[in-house]
Design a protein around this ligand. Structure first.
Ligand code: PNW
Length: 454
């Protein structure tokens, strides 16, 4: 081999998007500044025992005041695409009612700074920071939230249409419905019946539809829109036809409530049979909105579940991870790189999307000290490399995977795990706000520059 030709991989396609991601409540801080209203995470984090050591999103990475230097750092590392979210309570402090012009002004300044640094925004309308005032009126259990979101989406898309061309309606419906209203581990921390939880999902689907509608109406020429879902990902135990068919069947079942419903334009017979009397109430016209065509599907994939052919006529058997199976510090984050290949492949095969993006992929660890100015996160470099290989494999197999966003640009407020769990490729010292690019940031920077898995 000639020098530089040692990799047998072909480069990523020239138009493949490499990005980094973060979300408003996790990095901005300034939780009560310039008229911002309280969010459910501002409230939830103050309930004793809910969040690691009672950490709040009050300051986070202080990105609200430091975005210009953060974008300078991004640009210096060669990161040209950034997925961020807008904080709904900055725009409408009470969710609906009075508009807060200072909130709009902040994002105008932020997008101007991104433009100055040559960074393209991908904007999520909702990444979990629901205005507390809406929660006080029922939150995701109520259609009041749907109407408020429709107005919020219209306002935001109209305001930023000149600065933003890539829109994502919602981030990970499961996390703010089931985990917020069913198991209660995330804000607002309620434990409701299955029927109520299914209704929260339905309201979220309606908001997704309103987001698409708003972008079509106000987004201007060239605007694109899609959902980001954390679909359940199955990985066949062996890559044999029997296990692959079983894994696909599990994928179809497990994603019926969100992706299946959007795709079918209704709740499927299998889903309705499964939920029985707990099926959500649907009003006429709901699915016309929910199934509006989108331009792409975003998938957040961190891990996967091993599935094999079922016994005695069962369609599949899902296997629990044995206790010794490797994982990151988050217990749910089992290291299954093939989930990127099978997750994108099944999404494409089952729903026929013409453009898929990995909108999040990454890993979180607790102890990542800065030693002599360096963070040697070889574990994250390894995670990144092994997952990019599977993304590459999907492209080679004909899956229309168009881009990859790493979670996260910088260590941030990791929800109920507070500041303890670090997902960044840039280290953040939460006492001094000093940023230190980790080894993985340099690695990713080289991958982006060469478009190769190094
Ligand atoms: C995502 N799970 O959440 C979110 O979109 C991010 O805001 C978050 O920081 C990141 O992943 C890391 O956690 C998830 O239990 C939360 O499988 C939980 C799960 C998956 C994703």
């Amino acid at each position: 081999h000639a020098p530089g030709a040692l990799s047998y991989e072909s480069p990523f396609p020239p138009d493949f998007v490499f990005g980094v991601a973060a979300a408003s409540a996790q990095i901005e801080g300034a939780a009560f500044e310039d008229g911002k209203g309280e969010s459910v995470w501002d409230r939830f984090s103050r309930i004793p025992g809910k969040v690691h050591e009672g950490h709040t999103p009050d300051v986070a990475c202080d990105h609200y005041h430091r975005f210009d230097e953060d974008f300078a750092l991004m640009a210096s590392l060669g990161f040209k695409t950034y997925r961020l979210s807008i904080a709904w309570p900055r725009i409408y402090p009470n969710g609906d009612g009075a508009l807060n012009q200072k909130g709009l002004d902040f994002y105008h300044r932020l997008f101007a700074s991104m433009k100055k640094h040559g960074i393209e925004p991908w904007v999520t309308l909702f990444h979990w920071d629901l205005p507390q005032s809406l929660e006080d009126r029922g939150g995701w259990t109520s259609r009041v939230t749907v109407d408020a979101f429709a107005r919020y989406a219209d306002t935001v898309v109209k305001a930023f249409a000149g600065q933003v061309k890539h829109w994502i309606t919602l981030n990970e419906i499961l996390c703010f419905t089931l985990l917020g209203y069913g198991t209660g581990g995330k804000a607002p921390g309620r434990k409701e019946s299955d029927k109520v939880v299914n209704q929260t999902y339905h309201h979220a689907l309606l908001c997704h539809g309103h987001g698409v509608r708003a972008v079509r109406k106000f987004g201007g020429a060239g605007a694109v829109v899609g959902l980001t879902d954390n679909c359940a990902v199955s990985v066949p135990v062996t890559e044999t036809p029997a296990d692959i068919a079983a894994a696909r069947a599990w994928f179809v079942d497990r994603n019926a409530q969100v992706l299946g419903a959007i795709h079918a334009g209704k709740y499927t017979a299998n889903f309705l049979a499964r939920v029985g009397a707990d099926a959500p109430d649907v009003q006429p016209g709901d699915f016309a909105l929910i199934s509006l065509p989108t331009d792409f599907l975003g998938l957040n994939i961190y891990s996967g579940t091993y599935v094999r052919a079922g016994k005695n006529g069962a369609a599949y058997e899902a296997l629990p991870h044995p206790v010794n199976y490797p994982r990151a510090d988050s217990p749910w984050l089992r290291l299954v790189p093939q989930s990127l290949y099978w997750g994108t492949r099944f999404s494409h095969e089952v729903y026929g999307h013409q453009a898929l993006y990995i909108t999040e992929n990454g890993c979180g660890y607790d102890e990542e000290p800065v030693v002599n100015g360096e963070v040697l996160d070889l574990h994250r470099r390894d995670y990144l490399r092994s997952h990019l290989r599977e993304a590459h494999r999907a492209i080679a197999a004909g899956v229309p995977l168009k881009g990859y966003f790493l979670w996260s640009f910088i260590d941030n407020y990791e929800w109920e795990d507070g500041y303890q769990r670090r997902f960044g490729i840039v280290h953040c010292d939460f006492k001094t706000q000093v940023r230190t690019p980790k080894l993985s940031a340099r690695y990713y920077s080289d991958v982006i520059r060469t478009r190769r898995i190094l």
